[in-house]
Design a protein around this ligand. Structure first.
Ligand SMILES: Cc1cc2nc3c(=O)[nH]c(=O)nc-3n(C[C@H](O)[C@H](O)[C@H](O)COP(=O)(O)OP(=O)(O)OC[C@H]3O[C@@H](n4cnc5c(N)ncnc54)[C@H](O)[C@@H]3O)c2cc1C
Length: 416
């Protein structure tokens, strides 16, 4: 009721004197039962579900900057569960189901908008691949619909059908896919976690791990050493750095991913559209801007800024798909660090250090996974055993050979 329309009106008339911050600016205590490193969506969601689903208290989320300053606040907000591998589908479908009830759960408007996502195909071989993916989805109880060219023409008449360099033959539609407001997701989880007693500690960088005889004892930070019985890493693009502090070398490389937004225009794009001939996807924000992105800048970097050649490449793809986009002005461009695994799928698992758990390797697409990533990571930390939906996402799969090869390009990130 703190944020009911009535209370907001009363507060407005009283000069906002009694409005409290949405979450406390907590200071680190000497020790916690569980410390989650990383105040992005995944870290905050993990802390929330640890408190809500497993009844744990004495939890802290430690963030080196401000919450949402990483990829959580930089992504293009696409949510979907149109994956093709049995190792991935249960996790992303669990996530979509959690998205569908998230606003009620958090009592926060995270602006989930299920306007659908269409993956276009441009050749017979690609049609076969998408038909197979759609079948895999349906076998797992996920909605999927194969559209032919005429149906795509009705769905998105502004695409270039008649003079196209890559003719559009159809698309795979997931109606339940769409977008959610990324900042609101971070704020919603932070407020809800704080409401359950979680300390959300900002401006506190983890600089080392305290490990004794192979058991985690806490973390060293820029604000002192913090003891912990269990530590969960959810630092996305910084995964390799944090793992190195615990003496681990991960099958992850960090690259740059950029995105762009144009000036606002009248409603045009129905949901999300992805180009099948190149790496380009586009949606429209609630303010009217066209939000789009494409490939990673292929070099390795921890800098949160991109390079011009990829912007040019992405814009060329946009022009090939919908030439009228060339008349719009790009207002902003930004970048984040994506944690690329060698098979394109994430990792949610224990580590060789007792009490240290790892969540990362989200590649291009961890935002959509935020609720299920937190839900299953909390399960793993609380019960010391994998949640069934994340059972295949093991750290040792590159050694055992049980990869979850979502990209179908083998365990080689430079071919992605
Ligand atoms: C341009 C772009 C577009 C994207 N588009 C999509 C999309 O449309 N759909 C989708 O599903 N996914 C998308 N993604 C991917 C998605 O954003 C990420 O996979 C996801 O946000 C990662 O999880 P997170 O939110 O917890 O990460 P982050 O928000 O990056 O959280 C990690 C946090 O850890 C903190 N941290 C790092 N090191 C330390 C340390 N030493 N001590 C303390 N804290 C530390 C960081 O500051 C950061 O806040 C996109 C990513 C980018 C960059």
């Amino acid at each position: 009721m703190r944020h009911s329309a009535f209370n907001l009106l009363v507060q407005a008339l009283r000069g906002h004197r009694d409005l409290r911050p949405a979450w406390r600016d907590a200071s680190p205590k000497s020790a916690y039962d569980v410390v989650i490193v990383g105040g992005g969506g995944h870290g905050l969601a993990t802390a929330y579900y640890l408190a809500k689903e497993h009844g744990l208290s004495k939890i802290a989320v430690i963030e080196k900057g401000w919450i949402g300053s990483g990829n959580a606040g930089r992504n293009t907000t696409v949510i979907r569960s149109n994956y093709g591998e049995p190792g991935n589908i249960p996790l992303y479908e669990l996530s979509l189901k959690l998205w569908e009830g998230l606003e009620q759960d958090l009592n926060y408007n995270v602006m989930v908008s299920q306007r659908g996502i269409v993956n276009l195909f441009h050749s017979d071989a690609q049609r076969d691949a998408y038909a197979r993916r759609g079948n895999m989805m349906r076998i797992h109880g996920v909605d999927a619909q194969l559209l032919d060219e005429a149906e795509i023409r009705r769905h998105a008449p502004f695409l270039d059908f008649d003079n196209a360099r890559f003719p559009i033959r159809g698309g795979l539609l997931q109606r339940r896919g769409g977008t959610a407001r990324h900042d609101a997701v971070v704020w919603g989880y932070a407020r809800a976690a704080d409401g359950r007693g979680v300390d959300v500690i900002q401006n506190c960088e983890v600089t080392g791990m305290v490990i004794e005889s192979g058991v985690i004892k806490g973390v060293e930070t820029t604000r002192g050493t913090i003891g912990a019985k269990k530590v969960g890493l959810a630092v996305a693009g910084n995964s390799s750095r944090l793992a190195a502090m615990a003496g681990m070398r991960l099958p992850i490389e960090t690259c740059i991913l950029q995105a762009m937004v144009t000036e606002g225009i009248k409603p045009l794009i129905p949901g999300v559209i992805t180009f099948g001939a190149e790496h380009f996807y586009i949606s429209q924000s609630n303010k009217g801007g066209l939000v789009f992105g494409g490939d990673i800048d292929a070099y390795k970097s921890y800098a949160q800024r991109g390079n011009l050649p990829i912007i040019e490449d992405v814009c060329e793809c946009g022009m090939a798909l919908m030439p009228m986009i060339g008349r719009l002005r790009v207002l902003r461009q930004w970048a984040g660090n994506v944690d690329m695994t060698m098979d394109g799928s994430p990792i949610i698992d224990k580590t060789p250090v007792s009490g240290l758990y790892f969540n990362g390797g989200w590649c291009y697409g961890g935002f959509k996974a935020t609720p299920a990533s937190g839900f299953t990571f909390a399960h793993l930390i609380a019960r010391d055993t994998s949640h069934p939906a994340a059972g295949a996402l093991r750290l040792d799969r590159f050694a055992t050979g049980y990869v979850v090869d979502e990209n179908g390009k083998g365990a080689q990130a430079n071919l992605h």
